[in-house]
Write a protein that binds this ligand. Structure first.
Ligand SMILES: [Zn+2]
Length: 289
């Protein structure tokens, strides 16, 4: 194509006239270039359009996934709210039980605050959920601590109740009470540090509370004696026995048979001398009936 001009012949069908077009070389080049550019532009537009279609489809999927997730989050938030309500009830019950157990109120608790926690508008849904979960976790921890504390108090109270002397150690009739009296032996005024319960020799004597046997021996005045240490400062003495059924160090329960009524030691007849001591000070056993 080195010619300066091109001649195009157009021969319409069924006609004898021939049309002749003379084209300059530069014009042909321009037209070819234009067509090439146009094709390129078309290709670009088509490619872009295909991409856009793909993007739009993806956007649609993302939107529906996003909506689904938002609904899931809302459901979770509602469930958490239910749990929070239940936790509030549990916290209120806990507070009542603490009052019964004579414990001080629990530490400040976000859940039991009036009107609940302030809603922070700036928080994202996930952050808000996380905050509520943290709150619940904190409340559960507080409840657990509180329950352990209450359990401790109840255990203490139960041990104290089991350790506190109760009733009289044997069936019989009280022949001498607690307090000052004229000694049946010397006739002088003397403190009687327990009660005397008369019963036939051999009548069983029972521990008046849980404890550990601290003495099981013959003692001056007391004769055959059992002493039980109940803890919490309580001790009980059972004197003048005919037989001892327990050994020092033995653990006994309230109602366990520990000795038999007798007339040993300084005694004028078959009876049990029963003493209750609190921190080694004799107190009237009648206070523990
Ligand atoms: Zn006595």
């Amino acid at each position: 194509m080195s010619a300066e001009k091109y001649t195009v012949l157009l021969i319409p069908e069924g006609s004898h006239r021939v049309r002749r077009l003379t084209l300059k070389r530069g014009l042909v080049r321009s037209v070819v270039a234009c067509v090439f550019m146009l094709v390129l532009a078309m290709a670009w537009v088509v490619t872009d359009y295909v991409h856009m279609r793909v993007d739009r489809q993806e956007l649609h999927q993302l939107r529906s996934a996003n909506l689904q997730q938002r609904q899931d989050l809302q459901r979770l938030a509602a469930t958490l709210d239910d749990l929070r309500q239940e936790m509030v009830v549990i916290a209120q019950n806990d507070a009542k039980v603490r009052v019964l157990a004579q414990l001080t109120p629990s530490h400040s608790d976000a859940l039991t605050g009036i009107g609940g926690p302030p809603e922070d508008e700036g928080l994202s849904a996930a952050a808000d959920l996380q905050r509520r979960i943290d709150e619940l976790r904190q409340s559960i921890d507080l409840r657990r601590e509180s329950q352990e504390e209450i359990q401790g108090v109840l255990n203490d109270q139960r041990s104290l109740l089991a350790a506190r002397p109760k009733g009289l150690p044997t069936k019989g009739w009280m022949t001498s009470g607690f307090g000052m009296r004229n000694s049946p032996f010397t006739g002088k005024r003397k403190m009687h540090e327990g009660v005397d319960i008369a019963a036939r020799t051999g009548t069983p004597i029972y521990a008046s509370a849980d404890g550990i046997v601290s003495r099981s021996e013959t003692a001056v005045g007391y004769g055959k004696l059992v002493v039980i240490d109940h803890g919490y400062g309580y001790k009980t003495y059972y004197g003048h026995n005919s037989k001892l059924f327990v050994k020092v160090g033995q653990r006994v329960k309230r109602g366990d048979k520990i000795a038999a009524v007798g007339n040993t030691g300084t005694s004028t007849g078959s009876h049990v001398h029963y003493e209750v001591r609190l921190n080694n000070v004799p107190i009237n056993p009648k206070k523990f009936l």
